[in-house]
Write a protein that binds this ligand. Structure first.
Ligand code: FAD
Length: 445
């Protein structure tokens, strides 16, 4: 059945990044029967996008990523729902001076030149040039470093931007179901099991619909059978509080990203700096049977920080975050850290999204596989999900985002090494009850 503006569409994960964007673009196109379903209200407390800030940069990995990030940059700059949340601070991408690191930087410059964007970057060959661009790095341990400075790009006030989408959704009259009545449980299938005509939520509500979209981020592989195409992994961050005097010094600081060490952002309006380290992520494997799987298998299942607020991150992360602070922000090396947290993403083997119809169930679509770099797409990714639903998705996007089991290892993805499992890493779990046993944590509010 072709879509028309009266078609009913369910969007699970609609309080998150890709789901809220999908609801927004459906609503802007005049669709009148859209329901956003999520464990949490928008912005979902467990969304990877529910964060102080995220980097906005041009991804040059492949033509699809480049097209999407240029579209996104334009929307962050010009769409009033998003533009208040874009801080064009510029961006420093640097390396510690290894030959691999320098080759990566040169490769990035070459790709930018090929894309006609060479004029938007400046090669920084030595510490002095880096400090000229980012004076806040004076006194940092950056001897031997090289870098590139991007005039374009900067950072996004992430959670506030999703909240802005939520406000526009309310104006459009989109319907919402949160909590148990928004938590995906199973699909409603035709007698022959080949067509999806809706979904059942945790409280038993049956929602009939013409299309079901699963944009449930890192939870998706535990909700429906994805044939190992996505592996859910956690990355970490910590916050530190600056004094008003310190804020003055760091305000306007470009985003500093070092692929060996991590990254940090200028302080937000409350004087808080977020610091992240760089590493291949953490998995959390459990025996589990997603909807549509014939038997339980090992699936990496997110453990929601919203549901487990005393969770922090492994002791190993404290060491690497402190290492990043010592390198970038040595004056703050003894500052107290707070809001230590893990946040969950879904890696695919090739780091491209998985946005396609589920081959087993006509009418059921997945929109996931963010691979840790998709927040910046918030303003525009939903436009392309709608094109998929309408059957007009550009051929190269369709090809990049197709159903592709067996085409690589999502556990490794494009990362430098395999992710370690949280079961082997002490320090992150602080609740008194052993919720690890018999695990029913995924997607539960
Ligand atoms: P989410 O935004 O997580 O949304 C998933 C939604 O599904 C949530 O709202 C959740 O509540 C809901 N859900 C879960 N289970 C159910 C269920 N059973 N029923 C209904 N709903 C359900 N990207 C960038 O572009 N720039 C960056 O600088 C950047 N930095 C990052 C730093 C860290 C530490 C992390 C972890 C990620 C970072 N990312 C960055 C990646 C970015 O956050 C993600 O790619 C993006 O937010 C993922 O969007 P999503 O819609 O797939 O998932």
């Amino acid at each position: 059945m072709r879509l028309d503006i009266n078609s009913s569409i369910l969007i699970f994960g609609g309080s998150g990044t890709i789901g809220s964007s999908t609801a927004l673009h459906l609503a802007r196109k005049g669709y009148r029967n859209i329901r956003v379903l999520d464990v949490y209200p928008i912005p979902s407390a467990q969304s990877a996008g529910n964060d102080l800030n995220k980097i906005m940069g041009t991804s040059l990995r492949n033509p699809v990523d480049r097209q999407l990030s240029l579209e996104a940059e334009d929307a962050w700059s010009n769409d009033p729902t998003f533009s208040p949340y874009y801080h064009r601070s510029g961006r420093l991408l640097d390396c510690c001076g290894s030959s691999d690191g320098i080759n990566d930087l040169r490769d990035t410059v070459a790709k930018l030149e090929d894309a006609g964007l060479g004029h938007t970057v400046e090669w920084l060959d030595a510490e002095a040039q880096i400090i000229q661009r980012v004076p806040q790095l004076t006194g940092s341990n950056i001897q031997g470093w090289k870098g590139i400075f991007f005039e374009r790009g900067g950072w996004l006030t992430a959670a506030k931007a999703i909240d802005s989408v939520g406000r526009e959704l309310i104006q459009h009259g989109v319907q919402f179901s949160f909590g148990d009545s928004g938590t995906f449980q199973s699909l409603i299938l035709s007698d022959d099991g080949k067509t999806c005509s809706g979904a059942v939520t945790k409280d038993g509500t049956r929602y009939l619909a013409d299309r079901v979209v699963l944009a449930s981020g890192a939870w998706t592989p535990s909700l429906v059978e994805l044939e190992d195409q996505c592996c859910s992994k956690a990355w970490v961050y910590a916050h530190m509080q600056l004094t008003p005097e310190e804020v003055k010094e760091y305000i306007g600081c470009p985003v500093v990203y070092n692929e060996d060490i991590g990254f940090f952002f200028e302080p937000n309006e409350d004087g808080i700096i977020k610091v992240c380290d760089e590493f291949p992520g953490f998995t959390r494997y459990k025996m589990h049977q997603p909807f549509g799987a014939s038997k339980p298998t090992l699936v990496s299942i997110p453990r929601s920080h919203a549901r487990h607020p005393t969770d922090t991150y492994p002791n190993a992360s404290e060491i690497t975050i402190r290492k990043a602070i010592a390198a970038f922000l040595p004056n703050f090396k003894d500052k107290e850290l707070f809001n230590r947290a893990m946040c969950w993403c879904a890696d695919t083997a090739d780091a491209n999204l998985l946005v396609c119809e589920h081959p087993r169930w006509k009418g059921c679509f997945v929109a996931t596989g963010d691979s840790g770099h998709s927040f910046k797409l918030l303003p525009i990714i939903g436009k392309h999900v709608v094109e998929l639903l309408e059957g007009t998705l550009q051929e190269d996007l369709r090809e990049a985002w197709r159903w592709r089991p067996g085409s690589g290892d999502a556990r490794k993805s494009t990362r430098a090494a395999l992710a370690k499992d949280l079961a082997d890493l002490p320090g992150w779990k602080h609740d008194s009850v052993d919720t690890e046993k018999g695990d029913s944590d995924h997607g539960v509010p």
